[in-house]
Design a binder for this molecule. Structure first.
Ligand code: ZN
Length: 93
């Protein structure tokens, strides 16, 4: 950093990760504690593919679990319909 640049500081002392989690929690309609508990129960992983992801998202409607962007998109494209998703699963087997 040059002498003319100033470091960007968060006046409240939150890390960028904490601010991101707070934003995601609000998006899901959860408190930050509820979001952290859900993420903790899932081991920080997507509820479907079990891959660790920093872009965890939610399914449509109620929050059943935190999903990565890919899984969230996939079930949305499959109309969030368990019968369609089951047919898709049988198709790939
Ligand atoms: Zn996933």
């Amino acid at each position: 950093m040059s002498a003319g640049q100033k470091a960007i500081r968060n006046p409240l002392g939150f890390s960028l990760d904490e601010l991101w989690q707070a934003r995601k929690a609000r998006y899901h309609g959860l408190t930050l504690d509820e979001y952290k508990q859900m993420l903790g129960r899932q081991g920080g992983r997507c509820a479907i593919c079990l891959r660790s992801s920093s872009t965890l998202c939610h399914d449509t409607g109620r929050v059943r679990g935190l999903l990565c962007f890919s899984c969230n998109s996939a079930i949305g494209l499959l109309q969030d319909d368990s019968e369609v998703i089951a047919r898709a699963a049988r198709y790939v087997n």
